[in-house]
Design a protein around this ligand. Structure first.
Ligand code: HEC
Length: 173
């Protein structure tokens, strides 16, 4: 192996182990299937909505509405589906960004079990079902008052589809 190749391998290994070291500081992800409504939403509502909800949106971030939460705040998307260790939300609740940036910014830090549930939820794809949020955050431009009035589209016919067999042969030659 050439020396340059050897060196870059060494560098890659060092980078990989640095990421592993950071990940090792995190409480392990829960191993069971995690459900957003049962496992995740209660943590967000009891510990995060106070500052990231209807009344306050610290760092322009709110956790009580799917669209707003996934879009994120000042630092962009706080959740990377499938990669909890790289997700800002996990780094912040685990205090990896420093103690003054540990979330929640008030009260007891989250316990290892709660962080494990958040991690597992993200690693399992961060599935946030539609229609489970208690608030509906409407983008101002999406609001009906900003749309030109128009006729509603006619309902689609629900009658049985006609099944007229094609007389054309399916061969193309
Ligand atoms: C007491 C208020 C408070 C509570 C409760 C709180 N936060 Fe925060 N959060 C803040 C403040 C203030 C900032 C901005 C920090 C800064 O940039 O200095 C912030 C920033 C963040 C950010 C970074 C957003 C960005 O893009 O910059 C994330 C992620 C976050 N909070 C997640 C959470 C989570 C998850 C919870 C609940 C477990 C939570 N926070 C609870 C006050 C709070």
């Amino acid at each position: 192996m050439k020396l340059a190749e050897f060196k870059s391998l060494g560098l890659a290994a060092a980078l990989v182990s640095a990421v592993h070291l950071r990940a090792a500081e995190l409480p392990p992800a829960a191993t069971r299937p995690v459900d957003f409504v049962k496992d995740v939403q209660p943590i967000l509502s009891s510990r995060c909505y106070e500052c990231h909800g209807e009344k306050k949106q610290k760092a322009e971030l709110r956790w009580d509405a799917k669209g707003a939460a996934l879009k994120g705040g000042e630092h962009g998307a706080p959740i990377v589906p499938g990669r909890s260790a790289e997700s800002l939300i996990i780094q912040m609740v685990a205090g990896l960004k420093g103690d003054d940036l540990r979330m929640p910014a008030k009260g007891e830090p989250l316990g290892a079990e709660q962080i494990g549930l958040l991690r597992a939820w993200i690693d399992q794809g961060a599935v946030w079902p539609d229609g489970v949020d208690l608030v509906k955050v409407v983008d101002a431009r999406e609001h009906w008052a900003f749309k030109a009035p128009g006729r509603p589209a006619p309902p689609e016919s629900r009658g049985p589809k006609s099944e007229i067999p094609s007389t054309r042969s399916s061969s193309t030659d």
